[in-house]
Design a protein around this ligand. Structure first.
Ligand SMILES: [Zn+2]
Ligand SMILES: [Zn+2]
Length: 529
């Protein structure tokens, strides 16, 4: 080895003398020597085209494994590469278009000063990913019923998108999510909100708990039960929310081949099950009882509704006569054995129970307090109704009101304080059986709330009846809280899908309308797997 001394005089010496000489170097000189040596060695190792950093191997003079030294390229080390799956999750989370996602990638590349900040081939990945479920969906013109502004009901042709092979589609989803078939829970959601009739499906783990890390990575950040993992199975725009239209949309798909629970609001649940509305004599979806609900009534089954609806139609099918047939007017649109109870198919919808009861309590309190005092207090407390007058509280506002029941109690006149107690009682129910875990004492909370409502002499509405009588039965039988069956996700599907649809939307009479509705559904679903 040649070492240049400070004076620049070259001389040769033996191994031992060389080592002795090195030990006399100052720490900074030693560093300079090491630096130039390592640089040479790393350059020789050369950075291969794989993009890996160069590695130099240093053997020890005293035996043992060589030390591996890797050069760290400071221009890239702080920017870990973003994988396609990360960009995909970003697209889904923010409802970005494919082009917006590509633009986002460009911003990241520029900001990091590194073209490799994003996994190469993103554009191709997003385009092929966006078509991944295309062959499971189709579009067709079907006849739907439409109500004219004049009130006249007419039949119209409208393009509907639907899943043409539900069981294969579900098998595909399960395989990609790493879920064993039969080990999942299927929740079918039907919703008529936002000017379209939609059938959605959530494929969740059977225990109803958040997904296990079967598929690690960014796409796993979404819960299988959430809206970002929900699929639109069928959709038609701007048709009436009625039995015939739901029947037409459901008839495009074979839903008899799998077991599911249905999540929807009470109004649609009655329509789908062939029962008249909540304004009718026997409004309950789950039993044949009627107000004031003091005597127990037989549970409704698919068989009982089928039989009664048939008898009603044989008797002439005049709507006012339906009360003699427990208000059953049509055959239920859900498949299953006659012995299947409706509560097994349509678990009590927790969101609409809460909305119905909390709004009822607020409205009743407002009436008894007078001078809109309750509404004014709510407004002052930041609990906003859809409109200051006439509107009702939506989900988040309901929760806020329940949490502020203590404050309300403080300012209520003595004879109305029980309303605040009722709100607190209801909140206890919400915590005990409206989430993901069922508290042991949930039935006690329901009984307590019922007693408070009796004290307040509130008429028992169908929703209150469902809470008092059917929620306890459902939760004890299933051993589960209502959260896993909630219609909440289906409700939020409307605005989530809308964000995709607005990029494809065309007017009804546009030649591309059908093709674009299909593309919107395919793109939305492809990124929700
Ligand atoms: Zn020497
Ligand atoms: Zn009932």
């Amino acid at each position: 080895m040649l070492v240049t001394s400070g004076a620049g005089v070259r001389h040769e010496c033996g191994q031992a003398a060389k080592l002795r000489y090195l030990s006399t170097l100052s720490p900074s000189s030693m560093e300079h020597v090491a630096c130039s040596f390592l640089r040479e060695k790393l350059n020789a190792a050369d950075v291969s085209s794989s993009g890996d950093a160069a590695t130099a191997s240093l053997s020890s003079g005293f035996g043992g494994h060589p030390i591996q030294v890797q050069a760290v390229d400071t221009s890239t080390s702080h920017v870990p590469q973003m994988l396609h799956s990360t960009m995909r999750a970003m697209k889904t989370a923010l409802n970005l278009s494919t082009n917006q996602t590509i633009q986002a990638a460009q911003v990241i590349r520029e900001a990091s000063g590194n073209r490799k900040a994003i996994q190469p081939g993103l554009k191709e990945f997003l385009f092929s990913e966006g078509q991944s479920v295309a062959h499971f969906f189709a579009v067709e013109q079907l006849q739907f019923i439409c109500k004219q502004p004049s009130g006249q009901v007419i039949s119209i042709d409208r393009s509907a998108v639907f899943c043409c092979n539900v069981s294969e589609f579900l098998a595909y989803v399960c395989s990609l999510r790493g879920m064993a078939e039969m080990e999942h829970h299927l929740k079918l959601g039907i919703d008529g909100g936002g000017n379209s009739l939609k059938i959605c499906i959530s494929v969740t783990d059977s225990d109803g708990l958040p997904a296990q890390a079967s598929m690690p990575g960014p796409s796993n950040r979404f819960l299988n039960s959430g809206v970002k993992k929900l699929f639109v199975l069928a959709i038609v725009e701007d048709v009436k929310e009625c039995y015939e239209n739901v029947k037409t949309l459901l008839s495009t798909m074979d839903i008899s081949s799998f077991l599911f629970t249905l999540a929807c609001d009470f109004k649609l649940a009655n329509i789908i099950c062939g029962i008249q509305s909540h304004a009718s004599t026997h409004p309950c979806l789950y039993c044949e009882g009627k107000s004031p609900w003091t005597t127990p009534a037989p549970s409704r089954t698919l068989g009982s509704v089928r039989r009664l609806a048939n008898e009603f139609q044989l008797a002439g099918g005049h709507q006012p006569a339906a009360k003699h047939f427990a208000n059953c007017v049509q055959s239920p649109l859900l498949p299953g054995l006659d012995s299947t109870e409706l509560i097994e198919l349509v678990p009590p919808p927790e969101l609409h129970i809460m909305l119905g009861i909390v709004n009822r309590l607020l409205d009743e309190l407002n009436n008894r307090w007078g001078n809109d005092m309750a509404y004014k207090w709510a407004h002052g407390a930041g609990i906003c109704r859809q409109q200051y007058h006439g509107g009702c509280l939506e989900g988040p506002a309901c929760k806020k009101l329940l949490l502020k029941a203590g404050e309300l109690w403080n300012i209520l006149p003595a004879h109305l304080k029980m309303f605040a107690v009722a709100l607190q009682d209801f909140n206890a129910i919400r915590l005990a059986c409206f989430g993901q875990t069922l508290a042991n004492d949930f039935a006690l909370h329901i009984a307590r709330f019922q007693t408070t409502c009796q004290f307040l002499q509130l008429n028992v509405t169908p929703k209150m009846h469902a809470l008092f009588h059917h929620v306890p039965t459902f939760c004890s039988k299933s051993g589960k809280a209502l959260g896993s069956f909630s219609e909440q996700t289906v409700e939020s599907a409307h605005s989530d899908f809308e964000a995709t649809w607005q990029r494809y939307r065309r007017p009804f009479n546009h030649p591309q309308y059908a093709a674009n509705l299909l593309q919107a559904v395919v793109n939305y679903n492809s990124f929700h797997i």
